[in-house]
Design a protein around this ligand. Sequence first.
Ligand code: AMP
Length: 283
Amino acid sequence: MNLFSSPQHFLTWRRSLSNKKSVGFVPTMGALHEGHLSLVRQSIQENDVTIVSIFVNPIQFGPKEDLKRYPRPLQKDRRLLAGLKVDGLFAPSVKSMIGQEILTKVSVHPLNEFLCGAPQFRGHSHFDGVATIVAKLFNIVSPQRAYFGLKDFQQVRVIEQMVKDLNIPVEIVRCPIVRERDGLAMSSRNQYLSPRERTLAPYIYRSLQSGRKLLRSHPNMSLKAISSQIKNQLKKIPEFKIEYIEFVDPQSLEGLRQKKGAVLLAAAVRLGTTRLIDNLLIK
Ligand code: AMP
């Protein structure tokens, strides 16, 4: 597996690849787990060449967030990717990607201000930071396809919209959420959880499942009443600090009052110092 730590080195290799080869791309922040690896396997299946990036993107973290403590086990990640026979790993330094400052920002409004993007949570600058760096990565990597996990549903929508609006020639492939056996969505942040918090964390997914059950069994119940029930269930566990539990339109991400064709039930919950997100797309 080829490893590159700056856009310049990467580009020399990228230009040497035949234009006839399809390139699949999996952008990540590293600390890889089965969720990431499922995206990589799908890319390997569907493309001639697979490129993975590892970049803990500082401009998507707020000043009070976990940028400093975010795990960076690069050697372990390299071994995992080499084991899958990934062709290229692009792990640029912050300096080579950002320099002094990025003056151009990509802002996908209003998708960036719902759910996690609300000012009291991560704020729109989180998704602006994501979109800006993903746009740079797309320009550097020039993939035909890019693979994103539905665990970060809002991120997928932001990237899909950016690609459409800016005519970026890449197909965005949505990949299913990979879960632990007890239902907890895999995340690099799960390793922050204490043993007790780890036993509680699966209740987030269970509460979403019970919301789906209510929606199906009580077609006349309002979405607000269902989300209130879910919140009340979770509030029984004092360690949970709910940021939001919301039914939204899966396309526009706007909050829903009335049931429509498909709905997204999305959750963000703090457990101790760890912020966890999860969602269920209900058709
Ligand atoms: P991250 O390293 O957290 O930025 O994630 C990189 C990519 O992996 C994103 O597209 C995520 O949505 C995806 N991903 C992370 N966790 C999971 C999971 N449990 N299942 C599927 N995809 C995931």
